[in-house]
Design a protein around this ligand. Structure first.
Ligand SMILES: [Ca+2]
Ligand SMILES: [Ca+2]
Length: 277
């Protein structure tokens, strides 16, 4: 055999076998990766990863530090490189804390956190020490954000119609949820008759609807379905109505509005005072 050919074959065998040996992942006894951190900065739409890495492990030097990020899919992972040079979100260079800030969008990562995501996300910190790979699996919880009632729209003073007439008063609450309009479960208000201090409707909420006003039996007065603006039309009866179910009390009413989302988290209450004359 040609000497050169023999040398090439021999080298190739060495290279192949050394490739096989590379990155044999083992569970470390004394883990060189500690202090794992993950923050989803919702306002700025950034992900922050950091962990402390020992520079030496089993007599090998740290050659790379990274995170394999898969959110909830678990299929495709993003490899997010960490650094300790004070770059790309690493605050202090050479303090052993390897970190990275990365935009939570499809131009930077495949596994973006969508606004609707609430729950566990999974990822792994990896460290490569020569031929040894060390990993640390992590889970974090992305919190739900409760809904917010942005505004309530109804006239302050409601004048009862005359005689046996009836009129509708339109009530609109504009609700927002950081996790998306779809996350809003419901919106309603309780009505307290101030003075006698009695709760109307047996203390149950009077529900508003974001249904686009499609129900012909019970027209909510809502204009657009699914826009976060919830409406209801309240019948106001004139004093001439004798039917007990068609009575409208006069006086001051304290309406307390709340909304809930699909995680059953309530908004802060919004109070509104209405005078019926
Ligand atoms: Ca929410
Ligand atoms: Ca609506």
């Amino acid at each position: 055999m040609n000497k050169n050919l023999f040398f090439i074959l021999f080298s190739a065998i060495i290279l192949i076998s050394s490739c096989d040996d590379q990155l044999s992942v083992e569970e470390a006894k004394s883990d060189p990766i500690t202090n794992p951190q993950f923050v989803f900065m919702r306002e700025s739409n950034l992900l922050y990863f950091a962990a402390s890495y020992e520079l030496e492990f089993e007599e090998e030097s740290l050659t790379s530090a990274m995170v394999e990020w898969s959110t909830q899919s678990g299929n495709v992972t993003d490899t997010i490189w960490l650094n300790d040079n004070g770059n790309n979100g690493d605050i202090l260079p050479f303090d052993g804390l390897y970190s990275r800030k990365i935009q939570n969008d499809l131009s930077h990562i495949q596994n973006v956190i969508l606004p609707s995501l609430v729950g566990q996300v999974t990822y792994r910190f990896l460290g490569v020490y020569g031929t040894i790979g060390v990993e640390m699996s992590q889970t974090s919880y992305v919190e739900n954000i409760p809904p917010v009632i942005l505004s309530v729209s109804v006239q302050d003073t409601i004048n009862r119609p005359t005689g046996m007439n009836m009129e509708y008063v339109l009530v609109i609450a504009d609700v927002f949820d950081e996790n998306g309009i779809d996350d809003i479960l419901n919106c309603g208000f309780t009505s307290l008759h101030v003075g006698p201090d009695t709760l109307l409707n047996s203390g149950n909420p009077i529900w508003l609807f974001d249904d686009g006003g499609i129900d012909p039996e019970y027209y909510s007065g809502d204009e657009i379905s699914g826009d976060g603006k919830f409406s209801i039309q309240i019948p106001i009866y004139g004093a001439g109505n004798t039917n007990p179910s068609q009575q409208t009390k006069t006086g001051v009413f304290l309406w307390t509005f709340t909304a809930k989302d699909k995680s059953n988290d309530p908004s802060l209450p919004v109070e509104y005072t209405v005078v019926v004359e």
